[in-house]
Design a protein around this ligand. Structure first.
Ligand code: PHE
Length: 474
């Protein structure tokens, strides 16, 4: 893409909504509540918020500034900053190449559930019971592949339309609807209460809210705290879509005169806000219907098993809430997958001079091969594959591990080394200040400390954790 034909967002709102759309996704709606439940609610929230305004702020600002300064996608951008760092562009581009296909597979599951609820077919889920329905769907050799394609074709259509007509327009429509839906469902869910037929005990959502919001430091040890810290950090990365070239790509479409600090604040506000509200919906609801035990055992099945079971118990209202909930998740997942596909597509366009349509087709082709393999990983190719962090998983978990636990911290760490020590933070600071007309911005000193010292140390810790090297934590 040369400078003239390179897409740009029409205005800063478009940029912020598209970037927030990328950030807000399954990570906020499913992963965040799940970690918050696992890590004792309030303490996790506190750590997460602190990390977002310091560490997350620094890294996101860095990426957007790199994109806007170099006016190109990650495959080229790192090499433009430092000749010896061209390889980092390759790794950074590999991350969305890996994540995009499996994100579309999960997007396909969401589409399937959304479609089922919206067309009044919830009895299909309740007929077998939610756990059996989910299992049956996953182990079918055709259905998940079909829904994977449906989801990916919608994503591809938006990306094909380009930055302004596709991504910006779609984000400007989907994000406000998403915010409206999530607020509505949150208000409804906080009014819930449930009487356990077996014990006769009545629990309200508001009791669950206390577990979620009030930090409980009793029984806290250093080991536990470090575990929570690392969970919060990994979650923040994933949730803000950083260290995978996406913010560089979107930054390259943002306008020179926009205020990047303000934009980053807004993106983080939206992203964190939606995560907090998602927790506000899911934790109290699961608590009311399934008690503290339900929260502990829910885990990754939270969205596709626990919630549908609860919708079933709500009767007719449950069908409506289920439909709205999965529509919300679908929009969130779509805006994220659009950003993933755009990062891959635009990198191919910038690096090989391809037309958008050709680049979209290539991205589609690669994702098809990987995505279909991921789908078959639950049936024809089923295997329990051991991972270096001591767990086992299917093909999807292997890709998730490879991208999130391994490549992501490596990209982020090397970005910190590049900006903090080789190019010096001034490169980013100058770019940031260009659109602000100010000599200094708040948190500027903190930015430098973060990027040079604090972030690299934290990132190293995440990497150690990926290899299960915290033997001393037991
Ligand atoms: N940030 C997205 C979320 O919270 C996930 C995502 C990961 C999006 C990678 C794009 C790229 O779900």
């Amino acid at each position: 893409m040369n400078e003239k034909t390179r897409g740009t967002f029409r205005n800063n709102i478009g940029f912020v909504l598209a970037a927030a759309g990328s950030a807000i996704g399954l990570g906020n709606l499913w992963r965040f509540p799940y970690f918050a439940a696992k890590d004792g609610g309030g303490v996790f929230l506190l750590v997460y918020l602190l990390l977002t305004v310091t560490f997350g702020f620094a890294l996101m600002l860095t990426e957007i500034a790199i994109g806007r300064k170099t006016q190109t996608t990650p495959l080229q951008a790192y090499g433009k900053l430092h000749r010896k760092f061209r390889f980092l562009g390759v790794i950074a581009t590999a991350v969305p190449v890996i994540i995009f296909p499996y994100y579309c597979v999960i997007g396909g599951w969401v589409t399937k559930y959304g479609f089922t609820y919206l067309t009044g077919g919830s009895s299909e889920i309740y007929g077998t019971g939610a756990p059996a329905f989910f299992k049956g769907f996953l182990s079918d050799s055709v259905s998940p592949i079909l829904w994977f394609f449906v989801f990916m074709v919608i994503t591809g259509a938006v990306v094909l339309l380009g930055v302004e007509k596709g991504i910006e327009k779609a984000s400007k429509f989907m994000l406000p609807v998403l915010l409206f839906l999530i607020l509505g469902i949150a208000v409804y869910s906080l009014t819930l209460q449930h009487t356990d037929p077996a014990t006769g005990e009545t629990r309200t959502a508001l009791d669950g809210l206390k577990i979620y919001l009030i930090p409980d430091f009793s029984g806290m040890t250093w080991n536990k705290f470090i575990g929570i810290l690392l969970d919060a950090m990994g979650q923040m990365f994933y949730s803000l879509s950083i260290a995978m070239g996406i913010m560089i790509t979107y930054g390259s479409y943002s306008q020179k005169e926009s205020n990047l600090v303000r934009s980053v604040n807004q993106i983080e506000f939206f992203d964190t806000g939606v995560a907090l509200i998602a927790g506000l919906i899911i934790i109290p609801t699961v608590f009311a219907f399934q008690g503290a035990e339900g929260l502990e055992t829910a885990g990754p099945g939270l969205m596709f098993i626990s919630l549908p079971s609860i919708f079933e118990q709500m009767g007719a209202a449950g069908n409506i809430v289920g439909a709205l909930f999965f529509l919300l998740v679908l929009f969130a997942a779509l805006t994220s997958s659009i950003s993933l596909m755009e990062a891959v597509t635009a990198s191919f366009m910038d690096s090989f001079g391809l037309r958008r349509s050709t680049a979209v087709l290539i991205s589609f082709g690669i994702a098809t091969v990987i995505g279909v393999t991921v789908c078959l990983g639950y049936n024809a190719f089923y295997a329990d594959i051991p991972l270096p962090n001591g767990t086992t998983g299917q093909f999807l978990d292997v890709l998730d591990y490879l991208s999130n636990n391994l490549l992501l911290p490596i990209v982020a760490l090397l970005t910190c080394v590049l900006i903090g020590w080789l190019c010096k933070p001034k490169v980013v600071l100058d770019e940031v200040k260009e659109g602000m007309g100010q000599k200094k911005f708040g948190r500027e000193t903190m930015y430098v400390i973060m990027i040079r010292y604090v972030a690299p140390v934290f990132l190293l810790l995440i990497l150690l954790q990926a290899f299960n090297l915290f033997w001393f934590l037991g």
